[in-house]
Design a protein around this ligand. Sequence first.
Ligand code: GRG
Length: 303
Amino acid sequence: MASPAHRAPSFDLDRFIRTTTAAVDACLDRLLPKATRKPATIHKSMRYSLFAGGKRMRPAVCLAAAEACGGRQAAALPWAAAVECIHTYSLIHDDLPAMDNDDFRRGKPTNHKVYGEGIAILAGDALLTQAFEIAAHAPETKRHRLKAFLRELAHASGSLQLIAGQVADLEGEGRRISSKELKYIHERKTSALLCCSARLGGMSANCTPAQLNALTSFGYNVGLAFQVIDDILDVTQSTEKLGKTAGKDTASGKATYPSIVGLDKSRKIARQLTDRAFAALKPFGKRGAALESLASYLLNRDH
Ligand code: GRG
């Protein structure tokens, strides 16, 4: 039998992504201050990056995880929106001259190129804060209290995960790093927020501890695979296709999976990780179809 990573799922993923993206966009539009609200510059800047055309993969994972646990997408929506705010903040800050110094993101000029560095820093800060304001209004469940949800968000975006990954990334630039160090970076920079998205979706559906463990394993493995694929795409795709500067990792002397283990081995690692993510979905049966299809799409994506 072919490895599950090669299986073509029958699930209508295009439709799922279209509907989850529309729902998350509407939720964000409703919850964020309007672009005209004073001080308008900051709200325009926040909305510029938030609605610049991101793939909305973390929200999709969050909503699919809720479905896997028998929950409703509506209950997971605030968490999907909060995670996307945190993700967008991290991209704005990552693009700043003091970090990756990038001019192009989501197919558009980066936030600081349009609004200037000061406003871009503040837009990132405001989006991070906005995530917690959205979270504070979200409903809790019987098994999972609001403080547990907040702890998830804070931990994934704090100095032990997202920020730790970025610190290690900055400190690793121009230096030969081991595959163990690279994994440390990818686990924190990328996997942590994807894992958090899956967990929050499950928690919004009042998931059991066993379901939460399964979602943790799914999110961790899909998150790592996502970054390995991102590394591969950086050297195999064009700037137009990616909507961000291609070849940036090599140009900035950044260690990546292809630079350490080569392209073929990187592809093999991504497939192995995705197979582990599939294995984690077993307890969900048919309800895990959306998550399975998303994992397969993320492995085979070209942008
Ligand atoms: C806290 C400043 C700061 C950074 C944290 C997330 C991060 C570390 C940096 C952002 C840049 C980067 C390469 C992150 C790794 C995760 C990743 C590949 C993000 C891009 O995610 P996509 O492809 O982006 O889902 P879209 O635009 O589609 O949402």
